[in-house]
Design a protein around this ligand. Structure first.
Ligand SMILES: Nc1nc2c(ncn2[C@@H]2O[C@H](COP(=O)(O)OP(=O)(O)OP(=O)(O)O)[C@@H](O)[C@H]2O)c(=O)[nH]1
Length: 183
């Protein structure tokens, strides 16, 4: 089976761990120092459920409430990984604004997304409970993962979930073929 092409975009507030998650997943190590991202694009073949996915992962620069959603992040993207840090209320607020902007710009609620609460290793600094993250994801009808990019804990799960969400979106409940008549 030919690999399926998937373009996945990570978005979120500054320093929530987008690059750490991406590099941990693609290159299996944790970046040593913090470098604010301008934009990074990574390629990885992911084997998932017996299928190869040729995946392009876009690690974006940190956004805030006022950032304008750039065209290249709203066209041709199959799915979004929306990252906040469990240690930052502000980062959860930013992810809510980003979600609204994505939905508005694409004009549909049916966008494959995974909400990610990163830095789960910092239990003492936690200000967002797992329940709060999960309930937001339920409200958005998307997947939810808590992870630690630093410890490589649950990072792979994020990418499995986004591939699942994209697949779900591409298999409509009512097959469209049936309404198509060949002349
Ligand atoms: N304790 C802990 N620290 C983390 C984790 N993930 C990232 N960090 C740290 O958080 C800081 C920011 O990480 P980055 O991965 O650069 O964050 P980013 O979201 O890509 O940042 P921008 O490019 O500015 O948007 C770095 O000092 C990381 O080491 C994590 O899971 N746990």
């Amino acid at each position: 089976m030919a690999p399926k092409q998937r373009k996945i975009c990570l978005m979120g507030f500054r320093a929530v761990g987008k690059s750490t998650i991406t590099i941990q997943f693609v290159e299996n190590h944790c970046p040593e120092t913090y470098n604010p991202t301008i934009e990074g694009t990574y390629q990885k073949i992911i084997k998932h459920r017996g299928q190869d996915f040729s995946t392009e992962i876009i690690d974006t620069a940190g956004q805030d409430e006022f950032s304008i959603l750039q065209k290249q992040y709203s066209i041709g993207i199959h799915g979004y990984i929306l990252v906040y840090s469990v240690t930052s209320k502000a980062s959860l607020d930013v992810v809510k604004v980003l979600n609204d902007k994505i939905l508005n710009s694409l004009g549909t609620e049916k966008i494959p997304r995974v909400l990610v609460g990163n830095k789960s290793d910092l239990e003492n600094e936690r200000v967002i409970s797992k329940e709060e993250g999960q309930s937001l994801a339920n409200q958005w009808e998307c997947a939810f993962v808590e992870c630690s990019g630093k410890n490589n804990d649950n990072v792979e799960e994020i990418f499995k979930q986004i591939l699942n969400e994209v697949d779900k979106n591409q298999q409509p409940d009512t097959p469209q073929k049936e309404s198509c008549i060949l002349m």
